[in-house]
Every structure is written in structure tokens, then in C-alpha cells.
Design a protein around this ligand. Structure first.
Ligand SMILES: [Mn+2]
Length: 269
């Protein structure tokens, strides 16, 4: 693809339009491209959408990166741009798949999620800057960076989870995993664990148990106070969470235990 010098989206840009722009800016060599916005469906200066290969229209204009000529629910502007620019990126394809689904859900009947979401965030920016779509895009680019980082982290956790250790506790199946990013309750519980233990790249450790379980970590806490006495273990009042360091609360003294040693403490209890 030619290096874009101008990216054209539609006024009051929505998630699909913004993600298409973001992919071009971050992955498509368009970091220095200028952004223009036209009424949805139109093109810049009413020229043919793909006449100039350095002027890229997304989600408008009926060209190669507009999906409005089809009702194919697997297509969106973001998906068309992704396929053309960075087809092999797993984190990106997961992100864009959600964008496509959101774009089509909105178009069909707008089944509303309960909590504030990214579509609401964009609506908020469009309300703040009703005549400045450029400001909306500038505000959203770092948010999309963060979403992409989140998807990459989820992938790293899935890869690390494949190297997990499973063990038995008095309460049921335990899972232990070490990874740069720590553990994943979602992965552990979906594999039937009643509790899981993790260690991250900083040496922060933790044990967490399913909310609807009878796990009580108080005795484990006392065991740890004995075998790892310097370390800054914290027992959550609910007794289902036992932590030694989190990004929210770095430990004054990290645990001296390896993950295997922590698992041994759990198995013995
Ligand atoms: Mn769209």
C-alpha cells in the first residue's frame, strides 16, 4: 500500500472509523498523514474514493475501505484496513473482530450493555468536540493503543497458561502459573480451578479463590507468616485473596518463595 498522506473519515467518527484510522497511523506508515472528515458516505472534494492512492478513505465514500456496499457482518472499515495493512497480528485481529461486532450490533438494534463502554466514551468525545472530529480522533488514539496492549497482554497470559501446573488442595483443583503479567482468574476458573496461585516478573505473588467457593485462606496466611515471615503478605477480609505485591500496592518486602514453594504450602494445608 502507498504511504497515506491524507486519511479521510466521516464526521462524528464512530469506533469503526476511529480504529481504521488508528491502524493506518500506527501500523500503516501514516503517522504523519493529515486527517480529514467528510459527511458520511461522501469523499474528499467529491472525488472518486480510490483515485489517489495516498488519500485513503475509511468508513465513507464507497471505496476499498468502506464496507457500506455490503451487509456482510464480518466486515467493517477497520477489518478491511487490517487485512490490507497487518493481516498476521493476532492481538489486532481480536481487537478488530470486536470492533466489527460492535459496529454491526449498533447498526442493527443496539443491544445496550449495562455499563459505560468504549462506544459511550466516543459519544462523550463527540459531544465535547461536536465540530472538531480531529480532536475526537486525537483523544481516542491513545485509548486504542491501550486496548491493543490489553489484547497483547491477554495473549501473553494465554501462552503462559499453557505451562501451568495443576495440583490438588483440600478445596479442589489448584492452578499455578508464572508469567510476566502474573495470573489470570478468567483462565484458571474456566479450567475448573477453585483457586490459583501466580508469580509475575517482579516477583509479586498471589493466591485467589473463586468467589462462590468455601476456600478460606486464613490458615495458609498463617503458614506463610511462618515460612516467609519477612514478606509483606496481605489477607483480604473476604479470606479468598492472599497477596504479596500488586501494582496497586507494591510490597515493602517481596516474597522469598518460589512458585513451587508456594504451591507446596497450599498442598499441605
Ligand atoms: Mn463501519
Amino acid at each position: 500500500m502507498a504511504t497515506p498522506t491524507v486519511i479521510v473519515g466521516h464526521l462524528a467518527p464512530d469506533l469503526d472509523c476511529l480504529v481504521a484510522i488508528w491502524i493506518l497511523v500506527r501500523f500503516g506508515g501514516a503517522a504523519d498523514a493529515s486527517l480529514e472528515f467528510v459527511p458520511a458516505g461522501r469523499t474528499l472534494h467529491d472525488l472518486s474514493p480510490d483515485a489517489d492512492p495516498t488519500i485513503i478513505h475509511v468508513d465513507t465514500g464507497g471505496g476499498r475501505f468502506d464496507h457500506h456496499h455490503t451487509t456482510d457482518a464480518t466486515l467493517s472499515a477497520a477489518e478491511l484496513v487490517r487485512r490490507a495493512v497487518v493481516a498476521g497480528d493476532e492481538a489486532l485481529s481480536r481487537m478488530v473482530e470486536q470492533v466489527t461486532r460492535i459496529d454491526h450490533a449498533e447498526a442493527v438494534h443496539g443491544h445496550q450493555p449495562i455499563f459505560f463502554n468504549i462506544t459511550d466514551l466516543i459519544a462523550g468525545y463527540n459531544a465535547l468536540f461536536p465540530n472538531k472530529p480531529f480532536h475526537v480522533a486525537q483523544a481516542m488514539l491513545p485509548n486504542l493503543d491501550a486496548w491493543y496492549e490489553h489484547e497483547q497482554r491477554a495473549l501473553r497470559l494465554e501462552r503462559a497458561f499453557k505451562r501451568r501446573v495443576e495440583f490438588q488442595t483440600r478445596w479442589g483443583l489448584g492452578i499455578a502459573m508464572a508469567s510476566d503479567d502474573g495470573g489470570s482468574s478468567k483462565l484458571a476458573y474456566s479450567h475448573g480451578a477453585v483457586l490459583y496461585a501466580y508469580r509475575d516478573r517482579r516477583g509479586y505473588m498471589g493466591i485467589a479463590a473463586q468467589r462462590r467457593s468455601c476456600v478460606d485462606l486464613e490458615l495458609v496466611y498463617h503458614d506463610l507468616k511462618r515460612v516467609d515471615e519477612q514478606a509483606d503478605w496481605y489477607l483480604h477480609p473476604g479470606h479468598r485473596l492472599l497477596l504479596c505485591g500488586t501494582p496497586k500496592a507494591p510490597p515493602r518486602v517481596p516474597s522469598a518463595l518460589s512458585l513451587d514453594q508456594l504451591v507446596d504450602v497450599l498442598k499441605r494445608r
